[in-house]
Ligand binder design. Structure first.
Ligand SMILES: NC(=O)c1ccc[n+]([C@@H]2O[C@H](COP(=O)([O-])OP(=O)(O)OC[C@H]3O[C@@H](n4cnc5c(N)ncnc54)[C@H](O)[C@@H]3O)[C@@H](O)[C@H]2O)c1
Ligand SMILES: [Fe+2]
Length: 389
């Protein structure tokens, strides 16, 4: 017998080349006067912040700008953005950038209406009030934060850094502006990592124990699009068709996981970013095939569907293994690091196998672990980290 489920997404999605131009219209329709644009220095440097500023200025909309967001954004970023929000007398928020900027904007909104410090809201449904009006404008095709009820903020105050996940329907944006033209300048290695993050969202939502018909349709649709278009988006950033399909895929995957939850790949990936600064996408991508190999006995039929979504017709005697191989192949083609050691070497991070103990404990306690299709033990998680090392 089925149970009653809720299904939520942003109030409105503006999608397509040129969608950025819809931003002032959305603000004016809601009667708002001054947004705080929350972004990062990379977005400013490549001229994307200027594009938004020009669109707002042309429509006579005043704004303030915070560009201090760092990758895997911190509690300090949220505090700084909120201080500026108050100082500038802003009445709404725009998150412009990848997941880091959009999540910092969400965190700022939480402080604006729920008060206190951001760590108080880690977990499920703990906000005291809806956020101020919030528009999310993604410039990567990965996190799907423009369509999720999640925000991920690094806690820098304990004995080691760890990623806090806030889950609340009130973190869904009022409007999402999904414009593939903002993504053409994304370098191949970030295109690859963020694209594999979207793939991980889609797959983890699809095999989640909380999956349902709506989320299955969106997740499988996203998996198909990513298998078909990620290689092209990495090979040629100006391939608009590939960028557009990847933009759809990230939002579809975001809606799917926002409603069905994630799994052990994300649980293991978050500590890798918190301890070593490995990008969220690379961390997920290098873990994904190993965790799928571990999970496959719990979801053989759905793994077969993933192999079909990869465009394969000869699924072999063990379609679940064919699906894992298709993922490995895609990651190799787009040059995802093959191991934790390789990912750390690429960014010059120092790693230490002694961290596997504390990272495994953090991973077991992650909010995504309960929706994984196979119930893990601490020893299983340690073994998986060792396999990925
Ligand atoms: N809220 C959610 O639902 C959710 C889901 C998944 C991940 N996340 C979080 O999102 C964060 C990762 O976000 P991300 O992977 O999008 O990366 P990011 O936001 O950290 O950006 C990575 C880099 O790409 C640059 N960049 C972004 N867009 C660009 C463009 N169009 N052209 C050139 N450079 C560009 C940025 O300046 C930055 O240096 C992590 O903290 C992760 O935990 C959140
Ligand atoms: Fe993710």
């Amino acid at each position: 017998m089925s149970t009653v489920t809720a299904f939520q997404l942003a109030d409105i999605l503006y999608t397509g080349a040129g969608a950025l131009g819809k931003t002032p219209e959305a603000l004016k329709a809601a009667g708002l006067k001054k947004p705080l644009i929350v972004t990062d220095k990379g977005i400013v440097k490549v001229g994307l912040a200027k594009q938004l500023e020009d669109v707002l200025a042309a429509a006579g909309v005043a704004y303030a700008l915070y560009d201090g967001t760092v990758p895997n954004p911190t509690d300090d970023n949220v505090g700084e953005a909120f201080a500026l929000y108050g100082k500038e007398g802003c009445d709404c928020l725009i998150g412009l950038g990848g997941g880091s900027s959009m999540d910092t904007a969400k965190g700022c909104g939480v402080l604006a209406t729920s008060g206190g410090t951001i760590d108080a809201y880690r977990g499920m449904g703990l906000l005291k009030a809806p956020l101020p009006y919030f528009i999310a404008i993604p410039t990567t095709a990965g996190t799907g934060s423009e369509s999720t009820c999640a925000a991920v903020i690094t806690n820098t105050k304990g004995d080691h850094h760890w990623k806090m996940v806030l889950l609340d329907g009130r973190l869904l944006p009022n409007a999402a502006v999904i414009d593939p033209l903002l993504m053409t300048g994304l370098p191949p290695f970030i295109t690859a990592a963020t694209g594999m993050d979207a793939m991980t969202h889609a797959i983890e939502a699809y095999i989640s124990v909380a999956a349902m018909e709506y989320t299955d349709a969106l997740a499988l649709g996203a998996i198909k699009l990513i298998f078909k278009y990620l290689r092209r988006a990495v090979a040629n950033g100006n391939d608009i068709e590939a960028r557009e399909k990847m933009a759809y895929a990230q939002t579809m995957a975001g809606i799917a996981f926002s409603n069905a939850g994630l799994g052990l790949v994300h649980s293991l990936a978050h500590p890798l970013s918190a301890f070593y600064g490995i990008s969220h996408g690379d961390a997920n991508a290098l873990i994904l095939p190993r965790v799928l190999d571990y999970n496959k006995i719990a979801c053989r039929e759905k793994m077969a569907e993933i192999a079909k979504a990869a465009g394969l017709t000869d699924l072999g005697p063990y379609p679940e293994d064919t699906a894992v191989e298709a993922i490995r192949r895609l990651s190799a083609d787009v040059r995802i690091p093959g191991s934790i050691t390789e990912a750390a070497a690429r960014i010059g991070a120092k790693i230490d196998p002694k961290d596997i103990g504390p990272m495994s404990k953090d991973a077991l306690n992650e909010v995504s672990t309960p929706t994984n299709p196979r119930v893990p033990t601490l020893a299983d998680i340690e073994a998986l980290y060792n396999l990925c090392w």
